[in-house]
Every structure is written in C-alpha cells, then in structure tokens.
Ligand binder design. Structure first.
Ligand code: ZN
Length: 242
C-alpha cells in the first residue's frame, strides 16, 4: 500500500508526533461507541445516551444514570490494541509528545503511554461529590444502585458529561502539545464531536495525517488520509521500531 509507505516516511522523519484519538481506536479493543445505535437499546432505556449522560440527568435520575453507565461505559476486560501499543512505543522512543484522547477507558495508559490528555475524563477516576475523596472503578462497579462514599455522598465518575465543560488543565496541556507537534496523527474519530474537533486548528506543524475508517470534514486539509483500521495500519509499522 503506497499510503502506508508515505505514513512510514512521515513517522520516520517526525520527532514530535501527537496522536489524537477517538472512539474508533477503542472499538478495535472491543469497546463499542456508546453513540452507535444498537438494536437492544430501545428495549432497555427510555432515553437516548446523550440525555442519560448529561449533567441534568445525573442529578435528577442517578439510579438510571448508573444503570446505563455500568452497562454501556465500563469495559474492564478490554485490552490495548496495536494502535495503543504503537503510540506508547513512539513516546518511549522520544518521537512523540503524547496522546490527546476523547476516550475514557484508560487503554492508552494501560499500553504504557505516560503523557495522555484525556479530554473527556476517565472511568478510572471517581470522586465523592460531598467530601471529594477519590474512589477507584471498583467503587462504581461493586455498588448496588447509586455508589456512595463512606461520608454518604454520591460518587461521581470523573467523566465529562453533556452540559459540563472540559477540564482547563487538560485543555491547556492538549493545546500546548498540538502547537508544539511537527506531526499530528488523528486516529479513529470523524472529528464531529464538539469541542474536541476544534483542537486540530492549533496544529501548525508539517504533517497532518487522518486515519479513520470513514471520511471526515477535514480530509481535504490533511497531507495524508487513510481510511483503514487504526490498529492494522499502525500495527503494520510497529516492526520498524523493534
Ligand atoms: Zn465522601
């Protein structure tokens, strides 16, 4: 594949790569995109996912929120795939400034990435809304109904819900990395989710690569567009760095 050779050359000559990842990278680890329509959905939930995963819904119907959350957002057995591993390796070799991700599953860290800007938070961090004590994923998983802290407060996942704003420190870190990058590789996202889609406007490096199964509104702007599975493409390049 000629495009694979082009990507190989771009990665070889880049030393400040930033990867920007979305749901497509996680689906290759068996984590479905919660936005995708599944046939059973309507039988189990009375509201669309965007409604259930909103701040208002969380406050008003926490029990139903956590039923959906445990069912659709937590995939604890998922393992990093070839894409996660390749990105971690690039960082270890000093060729990458890190990963900016829309995913909340923690698979980049599981693969060994150190600098991960999680725009939408993480299922692995949870806080009591009353005393702000930290709780791991088990506190959410093992609780019946609404997870509660020992102080009696509700434990809220550190995941950015609809109507909530992104964490400022995370935004700052992500933008700084993208501004400094000589190569931005966008993986597994159609760049349709606001405001994360706006982040690529901060890139002014040499190579913009879009790696996504379907076309994106930014395809015309990119130096290289590959409509293939992320894990297969990056996995094919991994041998170069062994
Ligand atoms: Zn508490």
């Amino acid at each position: 594949m000629e495009k694979l050779e082009q990507l190989r050359t771009i990665i070889q000559e880049s030393n400040k790569i930033v990867f920007f990842t979305g749901a497509g990278v996680s689906t290759e680890s068996g984590i479905p995109d919660f936005r995708s329509v599944d046939g059973l959905y309507n039988q189990k939930y009375d509201y669309p996912p965007e409604t259930i995963l909103s701040h208002t819904f969380f406050l008003r119907y926490p029990e139903e929120f956590f039923r959906f959350y445990r069912d659709k957002m937590i995939y604890e057995d998922a393992k990093p795939n070839a894409a996660h591993l390749f990105m971690a390796k690039m960082e270890k070799l000093g060729k990458s400034l890190g990963v900016v991700t829309q995913n909340i599953d923690g698979l980049h860290q599981a693969a060994g990435s150190q600098r991960v800007y999680e725009l939408h938070g993480s299922i692995h961090r949870n806080y009591c809304v009353r005393c702000h004590k930290f709780h791991g994923l088990d506190a959410i998983k093992k609780a019946e109904g609404i997870p509660k802290c020992s102080c009696g407060g509700v434990i809220k996942p550190d995941v950015v819900l609809y109507e909530e704003s992104l964490n400022e420190h995370t935004i700052y870190g992500a933008i700084s990395a993208i501004e400094e990058a000589d190569c931005l590789i966008v993986c597994g996202t159609s760049l349709s989710v606001y405001p994360a889609s706006g982040f690529i406007r901060y890139f002014n490096g040499k190579h913009l690569v879009l790696l996504n199964l379907s076309a994106t509104p930014y395809d015309d702007m990119a130096n290289l567009v590959i409509h293939e599975k992320v894990g297969e493409v990056l996995g094919a390049l991994a041998a170069d760095y062994e």
